[in-house]
Write a protein that binds this ligand. Structure first.
Ligand code: 5GP
Length: 203
């Protein structure tokens, strides 16, 4: 049975991942975004079930207890996790899934024999540029900006563990590069064990 592919994307907060993913999802068909669960408060404009499933710490801990997460991690003082069920159901249907998760979550997925896929790290052009982007957001307090910058330095150390590293300098070029990676991954020959490409798989 042919299954969908996982695209695991990590980036320091402020590297431009959300805008990038939105553009790539508009351009490439057959890609589904995995909506994570989080204990973080919604930001202005964020929608329940679209950006995240916003849940309490009690509910999150209960989900951990019940083994409902494929992976979860504490990031910037909040809990984030990917539901097992929704990801596996879609992969079994042959749908490709994008997991936007932090470096800890990506490391858990990388360690799983059952889940293979392409891991892509999005880096900012520099830490100074990252700081400029974070401050430009206006959604973060000074304390949160500092936490996210300190975490960025740690997260960047994991970049070499990913299959692909994209420096998000010019957004249009980054979108092109990301899209090319998806197409290249979909065309990998080991996906066609019979030696014959199956119509409809390369979208
Ligand atoms: P934000 O609060 O800015 O939306 O996300 C903060 C960080 O949490 C980002 O690095 C994002 O990739 C990560 N994140 C979002 N969802 C998940 C998840 O389900 N699991 C893990 N491990 N990290 C996540």
């Amino acid at each position: 049975m042919i299954e969908g592919r996982l695209f695991v994307i990590s980036a320091p907060s402020g590297a431009g991942k959300t805008t990038l993913l939105k553009r790539v999802m508009e351009r490439v068909s057959g890609l589904s975004f995995s909506v994570s669960h989080t204990t973080r408060e919604p930001r202005d404009g964020e929608e329940e079930g679209v950006d995240y499933h916003f849940i309490s710490q009690t509910v999150f801990l209960d989900m951990i207890e019940k083994g409902l997460f494929l992976e979860y991690a504490e990031v910037h003082g909040n809990l984030y996790g990917t539901s097992h069920q929704s990801v596996l159901e879609q992969l079994k249907k042959g749908i490709d899934i994008v997991l936007d998760i932090d470096v800890q979550g990506a490391s858990i997925v990388r360690g799983s024999d059952a889940l293979t896929g392409a891991h892509i790290f999005i880096a900012p052009p520099s830490l100074a540029e990252l700081e400029r982007r974070l401050r430009g957001r206006d959604t973060e307090s000074e304390k949160h900006v500092r936490v996210r910058l300190e975490n960025a330095v740690i997260e960047m150390q994991d970049a070499c563990k990913y299959d692909y590293l994209i420096v998000n300098d010019q957004l249009d070029q980054t979108v092109d590069l990301f899209t090319a990676i998806i197409w290249a991954e979909r065309a990998r020959s080991h996906r066609f064990p019979s030696g014959k490409p199956i119509t409809g798989i390369v979208k």
